[in-house]
Design a protein around this ligand. Structure first.
Ligand code: ZN
Ligand code: ZN
Length: 298
């Protein structure tokens, strides 16, 4: 017997066999822990000999899967701030919040590579832990199930598509890996409304994924129904700049208005919608954020 479980005493990795590196501005990367430098099971060859009757047969050692899992995790593109985000480190503060987390975790645990699996869309105000849950799901898929996955932030995605279109590479070169990866998470959906052409690209991306039976996860700050938008209950807070007013008006929008009805109906087909509530008065957050950015007058 060897492998990660035997090294439970390792102080660096806690026994899991890998260490996640958190470098600001870079996507999270995982590397093999020093305690796993030379596999005690295979001596570093990557194969173990299994006796079968009179002879032996070489089988890949578990440690090969460790490297594969770590490479998959490092390829996800999880932001550095969420390098350690997992289901275990996700703090829940209400029954609804815990239920949404349970649904996301259930998705990751039951995910199967060989069949179409409906994804989820997390929505709610900033500070509810949406990106944490996305990162936790992708981490689980890569590290526990060896499923290739990617995390993209919506605005960066749009700018990549624009850059791809402007350059000789073409936008398909940007989109292709995202069209093909088994699980794609798009964060901050709707943050930028985008041009009609950009919406068209987004529609193409998610439609192709849907038609190929691939799973897409989303997170958005926008609400599904006007009745869910807390901004409406606080009409006294005024903005003092044109851009601030614009930002405020934009906050009133539902997701459907932000992304357009075509994409919204596609989201309905592809995803279970999960609302994540912040655990406190989100209006206080906005007031604090406003004093930092100068957008809001209190
Ligand atoms: Zn270790
Ligand atoms: Zn080994």
């Amino acid at each position: 017997m060897s492998g990660p479980s035997e090294s439970a005493a390792c102080r660096e990795c806690g026994g899991c066999g890998y260490v996640v590196e958190q470098v600001l501005g870079q996507p999270a990367r995982a590397r093999r822990c020093a305690c796993q430098a030379t596999c005690r099971r295979c001596g570093g060859s990557g194969y173990v000999l299994i006796p079968t009757g009179a002879s032996q047969v070489a089988q890949p050692c578990e440690c090969r899967y460790l490297d594969e899992r770590l490479a998959l995790f490092s390829a996800v593109g999880i932001p550095a701030a969420l390098a350690h985000a997992s289901f275990e480190s996700f703090k829940t503060w209400s029954p609804d919040h815990a239920a949404a987390k349970a649904r996301a975790e259930d998705f990751a645990r039951k995910f199967r590579h060989d069949q179409a699996t409906k994804g989820f869309l997390l929505y709610g105000r900033p500070g509810a832990g949406k990106t944490h849950l996305l990162a936790a799901a992708l981490r689980y898929l890569a590290l526990e199930k060896r499923v290739p996955a990617r995390y993209v932030e919506f605005m960066l995605l749009l700018s990549d598509i624009r850059t791809g279109f402007d350059s000789k590479r073409g936008h398909m070169e940007v989109l292709r890996p995202l069209i093909q990866v088994p699980v794609l998470a798009i964060d901050e959906l709707g943050k930028e409304r985008g041009t009609d052409w950009e919406r068209c690209m987004l529609d193409e991306l998610i439609s192709r994924r849907f038609n190929s039976g691939l799973t897409t996860l989303f997170a958005t700050n926008y609400f599904l129904y006007e009745s869910e938008n807390p901004v409406k209950e606080d009409p006294g807070r005024m903005v003092n700049t044109g851009s601030g007013r614009f930002a405020r008006e934009a906050e009133f929008m539902t997701l459907e208005k932000r992304v357009g009805d075509r994409i919204f109906s596609r989201l309905n087909e592809m995803c279970t919608f999960l609302k994540l509530d912040p655990g406190h008065d989100s209006r206080k957050d906005r007031a604090t954020a406003g004093s930092a950015t100068g957008l809001w007058k209190g």
